[in-house]
Design a protein around this ligand. Sequence first.
Ligand SMILES: *Cc1c(COP(=O)(O)O)cnc(C)c1O
Length: 359
Amino acid sequence: MLQFTLPAESSPTTVEERARILAAPGFGKHYTDHMAVGRWSQDRGWHDLHVDEPHDFSLHPATAALHYGQEIFEGLKAYRHPDQSIWLFRPEANAARFAHSARRLGLPELDERLFLDAVTRLVHTDQAWVPAHGGETSLYIRPCMFASEPFLGVRPASEATFFTIASPAGPYFADGPVGISLWVSRVHARATPGGTGDAKCGGNYAAGLAAQTEARRHGCDQVLFLDGAEHEWLEESGTMNVFLITQDGELITPELGTILEGVTRDSVLALAREHGLTPVERRIGMTEVRERCTAGTITEMFATGTAAAITPINRLLDGDEITIGGGDPGRRTIALREHLLGIQHGTRPDTRGWLTRVA
Ligand SMILES: *Cc1c(COP(=O)(O)O)cnc(C)c1O
């Protein structure tokens, strides 16, 4: 049976150096002692699957991914619980989404079982890198696949490389969740029907960077993308899905289609009723958001994604400024956030079987 082989020996980071990094890991700056790698070719299928010391790739200048963006990725986390055990949150959802993204981008599908094998073996090998329980820290895991065939013709590549790296992550909000501001992008869109909006591919991010720069220039933290045709309907914030809470207890989020189907989004929808909220997936326009924020019938807004779990949104900039609720993180947003983080970090019961033990 195909699986990722483990390294015979390795020269890990010293205990002291690792402790120094884990004391203040930041995000995406430090990497663990190993990576998982696998190769695919049309002739051989998946082969050479192994966990190895981190190493650079050497790429021919004609490598297809560099020219045509045939690349996909995933993001998930491992959490240390109070009893020191280590758990993944819904990794099978990431495996399924990776396969979906591969189909959309013309890349070979990696069997979901092999995806989980790569992730669990890497985390198990580098378990000393999962930060201590407490303080909302975790090990961020980044699987990725790219077209590695050197060929300048335009067609799905006949060679692909899969790899997974891991990076310790500090608390997203060191002093508790502060709300962010979103700049409503009326010019740039991130996706259109039939496009790649529902695939987790690097190209979507590249296409969103100009809007992100524009948001910063206007003093906002992130972008809020609208639909590409009418520039009216809410989509998402480029790296996070968005939610609105109404005075009468609806939890509204844009319906699936052109947005990325977030695992956090799905989890928040599942938790809604326990918080007295009715989950609603539907089209929602900026006209309605503006009117109802002004009237005070939309009281809270937040964004969801693996990196920050739930991020409160305090204001939107759309020509003029739209303040949400009192302009501070909402009460129900904070309650949902604490619930989700509690499940992930092992301090609230996991009644849905969302957690998978790794060590
Ligand atoms: C990954 C991602 C999200 C969040 O998905 P999670 O599974 O919750 O981390 C949202 N939007 C985009 C565009 C993404 O790439």
